[in-house]
Design a protein around this ligand. Sequence first.
Ligand SMILES: N[C@@H](CCC(=O)N[C@@H](CS)C(=O)NCC(=O)O)C(=O)O
Length: 225
Amino acid sequence: MSDKTVFYTAAICPYAQRADIAFREIGLELEKVEIDLSNKPSWYKDINPETKVPALSIQGKNIAESLVLIELANDLKPEVGLLPADPVKRAQIRFAIEYFSSKVSSAWYGFLRDFKKENLQKYSDALDAAYARLNDLLLEQAPTGPYFLGTQFSLADIAIAPFYLRQEATHKLLLNGFQPESLNKYPRVKEWLEGISSRPSVKESYPGDEFINENFKKRWGLSSL
Ligand SMILES: N[C@@H](CCC(=O)N[C@@H](CS)C(=O)NCC(=O)O)C(=O)O
């Protein structure tokens, strides 16, 4: 097995973008291989038997799963500070990642699966409830952002940004710029979501709203509401 570091990714995939951001943040030198998810090469199962992206070949080993890979990025270069040393803060970061995924992203996926105007209010209510809680979590860390911890960019921002960007893309292009009420109610949440969206590693690893929407429209058969 070669000692080359190879990152297997796909532009559409938010999980893969998590790893991409983390590798950029630590300045990991790697070769990038784009996997066509609609026509996966047969050799890819030797890299990741689950045949999902992201995966990384490093030091002759193959590692998969986005949350494992962003933790690996932190472990390779702890001095960058993507995860602070304090065990309680580390737990709070991991909790925020899990919370966003189970409350915000799952409400969004649920809405996409049954994409109708009459479901918008329920979706909006779910976002408002989640952002109220996230506001508390953010204020517990720091009174201002732009990041989850305040000024230090961390794994919480890395794990959440790719999902937020894709959600926003659908809000802008398929929901006529819809925004949940809570974003105006909680300036710390708004500042945080803007802060993570404009981080260079996040912007540079994002393929753009149009690309995401075209792909979603094809995959989910969506059109603007
Ligand atoms: N739990 C995995 C999820 C990765 C995942 O679902 N990747 C999707 C693309 S976004 C994939 O590779 N799908 C291909 C397939 O399921 O065949 C992670 O966090 O890395």
